[in-house]
Write a protein that binds this ligand. Structure first.
Ligand code: ADP
Ligand code: MG
Length: 545
């Protein structure tokens, strides 16, 4: 076959594929245009999973009548003029191809500033006067009707609808100052009022979640992150953005998850909205046709910017509190289980956690140890139970991490140096991680090709567990992260559940736990303590004074 230029309509439909993959991408582009036009109120209608109708109405600037036709031409934009402008983009759109792309694969009507234009499959059908109204309305029908191949790739109606809703939710969260309304097949699926982030989070994730969020309070980061006790089993509720633009970024997702390391169990993920403010001149947003990815000139700086904001917010998280099931305790309305046993047991109460403001603050007075595993203490707000192993793990973890940071190890020389056999990979790890090992307090020297001599170990690690600790730490340093290695070392060095502790040891552990940050969980994310509030005891014993 000879080579010839494609007819315009075919070329346009091919180009459209990059921008318009599915109904949600149409909605995304229309929403971005509404936002770029300075809208305060945006209303979205989805029918038939976006294939029948996607309608976006805004109250923004609108398009001048003489520009209307131009807006639907490829590479026609009001948002940049010169190549230099591309260096510092502050609008969501800039490629000037969304409207053209959408019109190439659908039936589109756009009404703005008293004028209406109607295109289908890339062809202009009509342009005429319309009743003047503020803002712009874009209606997209019969999406992909002329590109059956694309239609075949669409997923189920439920999936495509969910993808549309997700796009709307993302912008509703990133612009909590605006009012969004989404209806899906005639039913309201999302409504925000523009009253701020907590409200928007309530609308998207529900009120209870909104109450669990810690607002970021950093100059160049807006948003909120969930307290560790509120998490999800997947990453769907993580929203990362730069300059109000939602992005996917593995490094930033990793930066976020690192902030929760040690306070979320494996496989659990936070809920968050993080909108970083980054100088547009240090970004390249033009790496992906749908603008989902971004390249940073200084990725490390953005990484740090995120972690600083999130860590500061998380420093305000709260300790879980024990709450007796209130309804069962008051008046004659006692549940069957309460009745059977004739009393509401602590055990029953212990199953219920609830969020109450403020941590247990104040100084704890040690009372004793039970089951050789829990410490009991009295605090100003109630009785505190402490898991001695988890608590000690946290204390040691923070201490080890401090030593790594300060480079000041504390170690105990071994009276008899220990010869430890290692496999080849572990031998390499010893060589590669000398500095970390030293700052943890391990003093290791090569001893033949397959073994090392351990001359000293961290002060806290019992001699009987030194070898196991070294092996685990090497494993951690090699495969996973330093924090994982520290968590393992802490686990090996901590008192065990089942160790009987002298009163002096109990007191010291309680004091240390109170002085440590993130003390409410162990490095693996399990809770270290539980508070039984005096209030609950009073209620339980029906003491009304
Ligand atoms: P881009 O957003 O990249 O400029 P589009 O194809 O999405 O390209 O839009 C083309 C132009 O049409 C925009 O630059 C803008 O001037 C205008 N436009 C599109 N939608 C709207 C809207 N909702 N309100 C005001 N102007 C709009
Ligand atoms: Mg656009």
């Amino acid at each position: 076959m000879s080579i010839r230029p494609l007819p315009q309509a075919v070329a346009d439909a091919i180009a459209a594929g990059e921008v318009v993959e599915r109904p949600a991408s149409v909605l995304k582009e229309l929403l971005e245009n509404a936002l770029d036009a300075g809208a305060g109120r945006i209303s979205i209608e989805i029918r038939g999973a976006g294939r029948n109708l996607i309608r976006v109405a805004d109250d923004g600037l609108g398009i001048a009548p003489e520009d209307l036709r131009l807006a639907f031409q490829r590479h026609a934009t009001s948002k940049l003029a010169t190549l230099d402008d591309l260096e510092s983009i502050s609008t969501l759109g800039f490629r000037g191809e969304a409207l053209a792309s959408i019109a190439a694969v659908a039936d589109v009507e756009c009404t703005t500033r008293g004028r209406r234009i109607h295109l289908r499959g890339g062809r202009l059908l009509e342009e005429a006067a319309a009743a003047p109204a503020p803002g712009t309305v874009v209606e997209v029908r019969d999406l992909f009707a002329n590109t059956p191949a694309r239609l075949k790739f669409l997923k189920s109606e439920a999936t495509e609808t969910a993808a549309c809703l997700r796009v709307a939710q993302q912008y509703a969260l990133l612009r909590p100052d605006l009012a969004f309304q989404v209806t899906v097949d005639g039913k309201v699926a999302l409504r925000t009022t523009g009253a701020g982030l907590p409200d928007a989070i309530g609308a998207v994730h529900g009120r209870p979640v909104a109450g669990e969020m810690l607002l970021l309070n950093a100059p160049a980061a807006r948003g909120a992150v969930s307290q560790p006790r509120t998490s999800r089993g997947n990453r769907d509720a993580i929203l990362l953005a730069v300059n109000h633009r939602p992005i996917t970024s593995r490094p930033l997702a990793f930066a976020l998850e690192e902030c929760y390391r040690g306070s979320l169990e494996r496989g659990r993920f936070p809920i968050c909205v993080i909108d970083l403010e980054v100088d547009p001149a240090t970004l390249d947003v033009n790496v992906h046709p749908a603008k989902r990815e971004i390249r940073f000139r200084d990725e490390g700086a953005v990484f740090a910017q995120l972690q600083k904001a999130v860590r500061a917010a998380l420093a305000g998280s709260e300790v879980p509190r024990l709450r007796a099931p209130v309804a069962n305790l008051q008046g004659g309305e006692r549940s069957n289980s309460t009745h059977r046993s004739g009393q509401l047991t602590m055990h029953e109460a212990a199953l219920k956690f609830a969020a109450v403001a403020n941590g247990p603050g104040g100084v704890l007075r040690p009372i004793g140890q039970v089951r050789d595993g829990y410490l009991v203490a009295e605090g100003p707000e109630g009785l505190v139970l402490i898991d001695q192993h988890a608590a000690h793990e946290r204390v040691l973890f923070n201490r080890f991490r401090g030593r790594i940071e300060s480079g000041k190890p504390l170690s105990q020389p071994l009276l008899i140096p220990l010869t430890v056999e290692l496999d080849a990979a572990a031998m390499v790890a010893v060589a590669d991680h000398q500095a970390e090992l030293r700052s943890l307090g391990f003093q290791v020297e090569a001893f033949g090709t397959r073994s090392v001599r351990l001359l000293a170990a961290p002060l806290e690690t019992p001699v009987s567990r030194v070898e196991g600790a070294l092996l685990e730490v090497l494993d951690g340093l090699r495969g996973r992260s330093l924090d994982a290695a520290l968590a393992t070392l802490s686990c090996h060095s901590a008192v065990r559940f089942g160790d009987s502790l002298e009163p002096a040891e109990q007191r010291r552990l309680i004091e240390e736990l109170q002085g440590t940050s993130s003390g409410e969980t162990c490095p693996h994310g399990r809770p270290t303590r539980l508070l039984l509030e005096w209030q609950e005891l009073k209620r339980h014993f029906r003491r009304n004074y």
